[in-house]
Design a protein around this ligand. Sequence first.
Ligand code: FPP
Length: 252
Amino acid sequence: MFKKLFRQNENFIDGELSPELPLPKHVAIIMDGNGRWAKKRFLPRIAGHKEGMNVVKKITRYANEMGIEVLTLYAFSTENWKRPTDEVDFLMKLPVEFFDTFVPELIQENVKVNVMGYRDNLPLHTLRAVEKAIEDTKHCTGLVLNFALNYGSRAEIVTAMKEAICELENAGKKADEITETDIEKHLMTNGLGDPDLLIRTSGELRLSNFMLWQLAYSEFYFTDVHWPDFTEEDFLEAMIDYQNRSRRFGGL
Ligand code: FPP
């Protein structure tokens, strides 16, 4: 069923997923290239974001079908507010449209929505859509579709540190007693686990303030494909590539 259909690559053994090798449990994606996709077609940048939203639907269905446990998507960073107002407004309306049209299918497919990021400065319509989607899917036990919305990793780490230190002080402990677990439990991904695989589309080789703590031991997969052109075959290609990696977590 999950056979690679189109591309060939010397890293692939037989172009198919191996039933013996594990799939990543948690896949994170930096969905880049919407603007460039639109520019190539002489369209406004927002047309790229709109098409990008349709790709989110497609890849969510596919990842869920494949048995991926968590799919984290970088939808809006704390730095994206610097973009022109009309683009920011459009990006803030996209979750409303996405959840309005897609939540019934998500429920049917047992997909649970999660959103990580700073909610306090989201527009009210975005916040309402987010909260409703989380509430409507809270009973679902399949794929967790985790949007990073108004998310920034350095800010997340600072917030987690503050909370961890506060907790430590309340427990009458000293600063040098702080552990990785104390910090991790205050990160926005608490309970979701770290990504096994990070995919970034559109050819940029950087992290852009995304999950800096959580990606410490993740495998990275970069592709030149712009996000609106990203297909199920591209996702499958990344999964097959992952299965051919050797993960050592610092050991031998
Ligand atoms: C980066 O491409 C993309 C974003 C900042 C937004 C990503 C959003 C989506 C894919 C839609 C999300 C959908 C939902 C449901 C929230 P870019 O604009 O930086 O592209 P460029 O680098 O080519 O200019």
